[in-house]
Design a protein. Structure first.
Length: 138
């Protein structure tokens, strides 16, 4: 029974990390808009949104995703303060899932299980640029 539970937990961790990776990769698609309130993507040419009263057609973009899904941000900088990369925590406690723009991966940990899903350099650059802009606003 324990082996089955461990496999299930590992599979859940892998699925969760893949979900995070696939979701953030969607920000590269310029034909999609992101609604942070609903946490969904819409095709920008589509006119029949599921709930027009809830969605105003604005693109909250990566900023909205970070504001609504990230619990903690850790920055890696050089001595002059230039951003080298960041680590964004999107889940904690069980599992612990982070987006790591330095290693270019989504990493997940749950008990003794761990998972590493590669993400594109392009999305890492977009995340770093968004974090850099947010950092400049404080």
């Amino acid at each position: 029974m324990r082996d089955n539970m461990a496999d299930t937990t590992k599979e859940e961790l892998i699925n969760d990390c893949r979900y995070v990776a696939s979701k953030i990769e969607r920000f590269r698609d310029k034909d999609l808009v992101y609604c942070a309130e609903e946490d969904v993507f819409f095709h920008k040419d589509r006119t029949n949104y599921p709930d027009e009263a809830e969605y105003d057609g604005e693109d909250d973009g990566l900023y909205g995703y970070i504001q609504n899904n990230v619990y903690d941000v850790r920055l890696t900088t050089d001595l002059e303060g230039a951003l080298y990369g960041c680590l964004l925590q999107v889940a904690g406690g069980g599992p612990d899932i982070r987006i790591d723009t330095v290693k270019q991966e989504v990493t997940g940990y749950w008990g003794l299980d761990e998972c590493h899903i590669t993400i594109s350099p392009e999305i890492c650059k977009l995340i770093d640029d968004e974090i850099e802009e947010m950092r400049g606003n404080y």
